[in-house]
Design a protein around this ligand. Sequence first.
Ligand SMILES: O=C(O)CCc1c2[nH]c(c1CC(=O)O)Cc1[nH]c(c(CC(=O)O)c1CCC(=O)O)Cc1[nH]c(c(CC(=O)O)c1CCC(=O)O)Cc1[nH]c(c(CCC(=O)O)c1CC(=O)O)C2
Length: 367
Amino acid sequence: MGGSVVVGDAASQGQGPGQLPAERTAPGDSDLVRAARGLPVARTPVWFMRQAGRSLPEYRALRAGTAMLAACQDPDLVTEITLQPVRRHGVDAAILFSDIVLPLVVAGVDVEIKPGVGPVIAEPVRSVADVDALPPLEPDRLAFLETAVRQLVSELGPTPLIGFAGAPFTLATYLIEGGPSKEHARTKAFMYAEPAAWARLLEHLSVSAAVFLRAQVDAGASAVQLFDSWAGVLSAADYAERVLPYSRAVFDGLGDRDVPRTHFGVGTGELLALIGDAGADMVGVDWRVPLDEAARRVGPGYSLQGNLDPAVLLADRETIDREVRRIVQQGRAARGHVFNLGHGVLPDTDPGALTHVVELVHELTTR
Ligand SMILES: O=C(O)CCc1c2[nH]c(c1CC(=O)O)Cc1[nH]c(c(CC(=O)O)c1CCC(=O)O)Cc1[nH]c(c(CC(=O)O)c1CCC(=O)O)Cc1[nH]c(c(CCC(=O)O)c1CC(=O)O)C2
């Protein structure tokens, strides 16, 4: 059955698996934290990127009438939305309901999330002057975040809460492109043409991401994830020289905070040998590279997270089961494995399929 804790009892939620026996321990010793560190686990932990979101009717009902970025800044909404997938699916971790552009919004950058489009920047960064005009993220503007994390940690008990931030490169793509992009051409042109301004931009974004992560960890998050969703558009040489040092600066900014760090990107097959070197304990892998091959590329010192193609959840149960079994088997090649998707949950996903995957992974891996 389900994850390490079901908040409230299953009957009162009208859904989800029953309460697990209380043998679970503190979140800092959860299977998620242990797997990220390559320590023995009772069973393979599983959670899903974007598990809190549009795939859940209860999310759509709760968010109706509230803008996305307003919801992200309301501690009670963040708490309830974050808990919804934990109650329903019994996943082994909660991830804070937020967005990678939220630090920009809190700092004062004019960002709007347009439904069905994504983050849109009113005044894109196109010059050195634009970079220098970016406002810093002041830690004292994150009280809402600390309140939400404290509320969640209190409700979640032994289930760990994952804090996250967007990596400097991926946030730079939104700032420079002005919104979601396929080619990220303006971003790369800026990176090549304005190396000094590029360095200042990524330095600014690495400081902001570290402030955002420290606030979550200091309020009680048990693990962190850095999302560099669009790093896959870079060559390994450009990634190593112009991007990786700034992602490393984010993790360095956590100092000696004792939380496992996961570094995730999409289309990163050629970058896997580099991604762990940012100071990660675990590397998140998209669906393109089988986990046993990914383990070879990242090397023995890292755990792996992933890597079911989110589209598989739209297929039949036989297909889902076959793919889950393959990934569980291939994940054994790494020192530790956290089962996840290779990118976020697609909005049209049947919630029942996600609950089924949690149960199947637990059934296949309970020691
Ligand atoms: O609910 C809404 O109306 C807005 C949709 C939504 C956003 N962030 C969201 C949600 C809830 C959900 O995913 O259903 C909420 C959201 N954004 C993010 C997360 C963290 C996670 O992935 O678990 C989460 C969910 C957190 C949680 O599950 O508690 C982080 C995020 N935002 C973003 C990215 C970049 C990327 O997509 O890879 C990423 C990282 C990778 C990912 O999971 O997708 C940027 C972003 N934010 C957003 C969008 C639009 C998505 C769409 O409309 O198809 C986009 C995508 C884009 O820029 O192309 C808005």
